[in-house]
Design a binder for this molecule. Structure first.
Ligand code: ZN
Length: 394
């Protein structure tokens, strides 16, 4: 099905504007030296809201104008709002020649953030503008343009601290227009290993923390390979554990008295930080023995994002799938993905979420980032259709 040229032109213009405004996450940008922050995109979203008559609020999160922007569409009803959410920050721009010059070639718009996730933000802004212009909405709809998804998700976390009850959320990320009802969560965790220092000429007087850490790494690797796949989730796959950092020792001639390692644990729906900790303790005590287990300290997670699992018959899922089918003429089913998104912070507070947006995740974070403009326009049409026909079922 072809999309109407007016919606194509409108999303193309908004997306071009957004890509032209640098919004590299100053902390999660991959050390590019391109320090911009989200303030210019926040200013743009705010003026868009004012221009089309939506109520708008800036919610400070970080200094230098790195604010969340919250748009509120008027509604006759006073029910709990539906939230549309997309992040404004991008990763860095290493290897890109003109990252902030939006270039359209063969129907694709190129530039940093074009796919992840300014395409979703553009589609949501245009869909909301068109739905509000067409008819009063049957329930309130909020749009959150959030800061800092690419680093620590502080934007969405700040929002949920003070958010009202929500009837659901659509989180914009490049899913290729798939309706994602489940995704993994994520924990970053450290383990400290204690030893006892000694001169390396008499190593038997010490306890080598690096040797114990090596056994610990082997245990984690083997347990993850043998036990986690059995717990695979139907839509988002197996839980994962990757040891990703190790640090220890002070000198060649000293038996090391300390070592630290960190790992990334991808959780599936049904797992929690508590269940992960209990499992780690069980594995490591059995593999290392009680005396050596007593020399390690598993730290609480320093980053935790909940998994997402919304039932396939939830009206948010069925309504968005129905809108997809009416716009595209194709049949679709809810799917799951392995990465995590801002939806985890909402889901952790009991908000039903789906992740949906134009663009292929494989193009995100690459020097050749791009998005099909026709797909961005279809996303806007699907969202507009959902806002006009799907809200009453929520
Ligand atoms: Zn993203």
């Amino acid at each position: 099905m072809t999309v109407s040229s007016t919606i194509l032109e409108e999303v193309g213009a908004v997306l071009g504007d957004l890509v032209a405004l640098p919004s590299v996450n100053p902390e999660g940008g991959g050390g590019s030296g391109e320090i911009h922050g989200e303030s210019r995109v926040a200013d743009y979203v705010e003026s868009f809201a004012v221009r089309v008559g939506l109520e708008v609020e800036r919610q400070p999160v970080h200094p230098n104008g790195r604010d969340n922007v919250i748009l509120r569409a008027p509604s006759a009803g006073a029910a709990a709002p539906l939230l549309l959410e997309a992040h404004m920050d991008t990763v860095g721009v290493e290897g890109m020649e003109h990252p902030f010059v939006p270039r359209v070639e063969a129907g694709r718009l190129h530039g940093r953030g074009s796919c992840d996730t300014k395409a979703s933000l553009a589609a949501m802004l245009v869909a909301l503008r068109r739905a509000v212009a067409a008819a009063p909405l049957p329930r309130p709809v909020w749009l959150l343009a959030a800061v800092d998804e690419e680093y620590q998700q502080t934007g969405i976390r700040r929002f949920v601290e003070s958010a009202p009850e929500l009837c659901g959320a659509i989180v914009g990320e490049p899913t290729g227009l798939a309706v994602v009802s489940s995704h993994k969560g994520q924990l970053y965790q450290r383990i400290l290993v204690r030893g006892r220092a000694a001169h390396t000429s008499v190593p038997e007087r010490g306890e080598n923390a690096i040797y114990l850490a090596a056994d610990l790494v082997r245990s984690l690797r083997e347990r993850a390979a043998s036990e986690l796949p059995a717990r695979a989730h139907a839509l988002c796959g197996s839980p994962l554990l990757t040891v990703s950092l190790i640090r220890g020792g002070t000198s060649e001639h000293i038996v090391p008295d300390a070592c630290e390692l960190a790992f990334d644990r991808r959780t599936v729906p049904g797992e929690s930080p508590e269940s992960v900790l209990a499992e780690l303790e069980r594995w490591l005590e059995a593999d290392l023995g009680p005396e050596r287990f007593a020399r390690i300290a598993i730290q609480p997670p320093h980053h935790a994002a909940s998994p997402v699992e919304t039932p396939p018959d939830h009206p948010l899922v069925t309504g968005l799938l129905g809108a997809f089918e009416r716009v595209t003429g194709a049949v679709a089913r809810a799917t799951g993905v392995s990465y995590n998104t801002d939806a985890g912070a909402l889901s952790g507070r009991g908000v039903s979420c789906v992740v949906f947006g134009p663009g292929e995740i494989g193009h995100a974070h690459t020097p050749t980032e791009r998005v099909e403009l026709g797909e961005v326009a279809r996303a806007a049409e699907i969202l507009e259709r959902f806002l006009r026909q799907g809200l009453t079922a929520l």
